[in-house]
Design a protein around this ligand. Structure first.
Ligand code: PEP
Ligand code: MG
Length: 757
């Protein structure tokens, strides 16, 4: 009975707060009324609201009990005093004698020396601290758990008020509430480009509008029913998972199930409802606490679990407001910047590309599937932005700088203008490149250079026409597999390759067979955990051990190219016999198709990638067998220097424009000439003008590039005297050469001879 009595208080308070929120008074008056109400309801002598400002300090915005003169005058530095501690930790602080606490900071203008007990709670929204709400009493007392709970509930109402921007008018310039502040965060650049636009949340946070319960019992029933439905839906997902459900991993679902039955969590939700919140507001309150903890958790495993709990709360919220089935995707506005915790490649492809300007992810690694698709779509993307979805609201202005890895949320006008200028400049440059489109890539000294594109999805194909490329030098077939939710069968592969050849319209396409395994994990194929995936069971190794998969792909390719020219190459070949065995599979499929009367390609060219250094010492043998070679310099250089290409700490450590790398690359070009076989290079260095210049100087004439690089690289070729570049560079590669910095030497050469790089 005692508990019920104690909890009636906050419900009455919430009702009164609702009335105050609806009154047509000024923001200050509203705040003043709120603190009076809270103090009276909690039998506290003091109630004070501090608001977090853009500079990280906390300003006293309203008080009942302390000196009124202190309002807007008392400011605590970041982390200062008990209030600063509550804000920094995002946890309540409940003290019978505040003044003996080591963090206590005395502010004489407030007159707070006569109050001993102190209860401060963070004002939280989506895990972010917006301010601190404090009650104090003269007596030395510890506030009860119910009182702490009640004050936290009340803080939610304040969070909405602060987030609405209503208080900004009360602030001095430069000291505005942090809630709507400009936020600059640095993440990981995943796809180049710059996007300016408006936030669209991929999985919209359910915006709880109705905080205050009319009937607590009914809210408890709603909560219980939703939890039951949630549990049942997780069980169903777990059953489906047994049948290779894509995307959602069993571990995650197991974690969901565990949390959905966790008594502590359910108890917290029920308690929050008991203080007078609606069921959805209760979920949001508990979720906000979880998020605040998540942001401060450094242990990756525990962070991950808190993420799961956060996801579960989202599901529950959707359940409560009825968004779980058939949620209608809102019309995406023009200039949309998608903000998501993470997303599947298929979900990204669902958006209207013409309206998409950028993507911001809380997770995301350079090799993640969504990053690959974002690059293919040319959508500026930044990943690893902690709590990105909690820092913005739908419709907020936002800038994604996929070159530098920066995200600017609610940017000030001057920054927005500077970026808009950058985008205009880029567009102008693109227009200049477009003018080069139909011009053949012939160097100043008359050398013909073959510029091809790297591609992997159907959406890439229009790039051939847009850039004037001479074909596709690397078609990464694994992308179709990575974006699919189930294994594409031979028929689906056949249709895909045929569509690619149709779209290429007679221009050559070099298909690379499946390069999966390692970090390219297919969600629907169970593979083994490996200690060193980059050195593991991947690409052609996997293909040869699972010939069914490789044969089905080869059959699809042979059939798709019926009556046309087919070019196929194998990834990650490390030994000659791997190539022989892979080629034998093509022969076998050909025989099979011939026997069944299928039409066959007019010509078949078979090649291999040079990605493993062992082949550098077997070039003559491999060149006797292949029709062409293509250097995968991303992998070749990673293995040459033993530096993981996906590890930011080491990826940029060794320069491809250094003698060891250039000598290795030159070995391949020279061997190709000796054997009269075509040699291409399709790694990312071909897309960088200065590196491409060096490649031409050491003998390469065929480069396969990312679409965005076509303009800059062609402009470089047109202005370059390749002979002069060779005469400069080759002596620097000789063993006896004085150690000259090649990159700098080439840069100066380009500058002096007017070659744009
Ligand atoms: C490479 O390794 O250089 C390459 C082109 O292949 P991928 O980047 O797909 O590994
Ligand atoms: Mg590779």
């Amino acid at each position: 009975m005692a508990v019920r009595g104690a909890l009636a208080g906050p419900r009455v308070l919430l009702k009164r707060l609702r009335e105050v929120m609806a009154e047509p008074v000024s923001a200050q008056e509203r705040l003043d009324k709120i603190v009076v109400l809270i103090a009276a309801n909690m039998v506290a002598e003091v109630c004070t609201v501090y608001v977090l400002r853009v500079d990280g300090s906390l300003e006293l915005y309203a008080t009942e009990g302390l000196s009124r003169e202190a309002v807007h005058l008392t400011v605590l530095k970041p982390g200062e005093g008990l209030v600063g501690l509550v804000a920094a930790e995002a946890e309540p602080l409940n003290l019978p004698d505040a003044q003996t606490h080591p963090a206590f900071s005395y502010k004489p203008e407030t007159g707070e020396e006569i109050y001993h007990s102190f209860l401060g709670v963070p004002v939280l929204r989506a895990g972010n601290t917006l301010g601190v709400l404090v009650v104090q009493n003269r007596a030395y007392r510890t506030y009860s758990e119910e009182e702490v709970e009640a004050l936290q509930t009340t803080a939610m109402v304040l969070a909405e008020m602060i987030a609405s921007g209503e208080l900004t008018a009360l602030a001095k310039p430069g000291a505005e509430p942090a809630a709507r502040r400009a936020v600059n965060v640095q993440g990981l650049a995943l796809a180049e480009g710059i996007g300016l636009g408006r936030v669209v949340l991929h999985e919209p946070r359910v915006l709880v509008k109705n905080f205050i319960a009319d009937d607590v019992q009914r809210e408890l029933t709603r909560l219980d029913q939703s939890v039951d439905t949630l549990r049942a839906s997780i069980d169903v997902m777990l059953e489906e998972e047994g049948m290779a459900r894509a995307g959602e991993h069993r571990d995650v679902l197991e974690a969901y199930r565990m949390f959905a039955h966790d008594r502590g969590w359910l108890h917290k939700l029920r308690e929050a409802v008991m203080t007078g919140l609606t069921a959805e507001a209760a979920v949001e309150r508990v979720q906000s606490d979880t998020r605040a903890r998540m942001l401060r958790q450094t242990d990756p495993y525990l962070r991950e679990r808190l993420h799961d709990l956060d996801d579960l709360a989202n599901r529950l919220l959707r359940e409560l407001v009825g968004l779980n089935d058939g949620q209608k995707r809102e019309e995406v506005p023009e200039n949309a910047i998608i903000v998501a915790r993470n997303m599947s490649p298929a979900a990204l492809l669902d958006f209207d590309r013409t309206r998409l300007r950028g993507l911001v992810l809380e997770e995301g690694a350079p090799t993640s599937h969504v990053a690959i698709v974002a690059r293919a779509l040319g959508v500026a993307t930044v990943g690893q932005i902690a709590n990105a979805t909690g820092l913005v609201d739908p419709g907020d202005a936002i800038i994604v700088d996929g070159d530098a890895g920066d995200v600017h949320m609610r940017p000030p006008p001057d920054l927005e203008a500077a970026y808009a200028e950058k985008v205009r400049l880029r567009a102008r440059r693109q227009a200049q490149y477009a003018a080069l489109r139909d011009q053949p890539a012939i160097s100043k000294d008359g050398e013909r250079v073959n510029l091809l594109l790297n591609a992997g999805l159907l959406v890439d194909l229009p790039n051939i026409a847009e850039t004037g490329a001479e074909g596709i030098g690397l078609f990464r077939t694994e992308l179709q597999f990575l974006v699919a939710s189930t294994l594409p069968r031979t028929g689906a592969q056949y249709r895909h390759y045929k569509a690619v050849l149709d779209a290429a319209d007679g221009k050559p396409v070099t298909f690379r067979t499946l390069d999966v395994g390692g970090d390219k994990v297919l969600p629907y194929l169970r593979t083994v955990e490996e200690e060193n995936p980059a050195l593991g069971w991947r690409a052609v190794r996997f293909g040869l051990d699972r010939p069914g998969l490789l044969r089905s792909q080869l059959r699809a390719l042979l059939r798709a190219a019926a009556g046309r020219d087919l070019r196929v190459m194998f990834p990650m070949v490390a030994a000659i016999d791997e190539f022989d065995r892979a080629r034998a599979l093509i022969e076998r499929e050909l025989t099979h198709l011939r026997r069944h009367g299928h039409a066959l390609p007019d010509t078949i060219q078979i090649g291999t990638m040079i990605e493993v250094p062992s082949l550098l010492f077997a070039l003559d043998e491999i060149l006797e067998r292949v029709d062409f070679l293509s250097v995968g310099s991303n992998d070749l250089i990673q293995f040459l220097f033993a530096a993981d290409r996906g590890n930011q700490r080491v990826a940029g450590r060794f320069d491809p424009l250094s003698p060891p790398a250039l000598r290795a690359l030159k070995l391949v070009a020279d061997a190709g000439k000796r054997h009269g076989k075509a040699i291409a290079l399709c790694g990312e260095i071909a897309s960088r003008p200065l590196e491409a210049l060096a490649l031409l100087a050491i003998g390469y004439r065929t480069l396969s590039l990312s679409p965005a690089a076509m303009g800059p690289v062609k402009a470089m070729v047109l202005a370059l005297d390749i002979g002069a570049a060779s005469r400069l560079l080759l002596p620097l590669l000789a063993a006896t050469a004085r150690r000259a910095p090649i990159r700098e030497t080439l840069r100066v050469f380009a500058e002096q001879s007017g070659v744009p790089i």
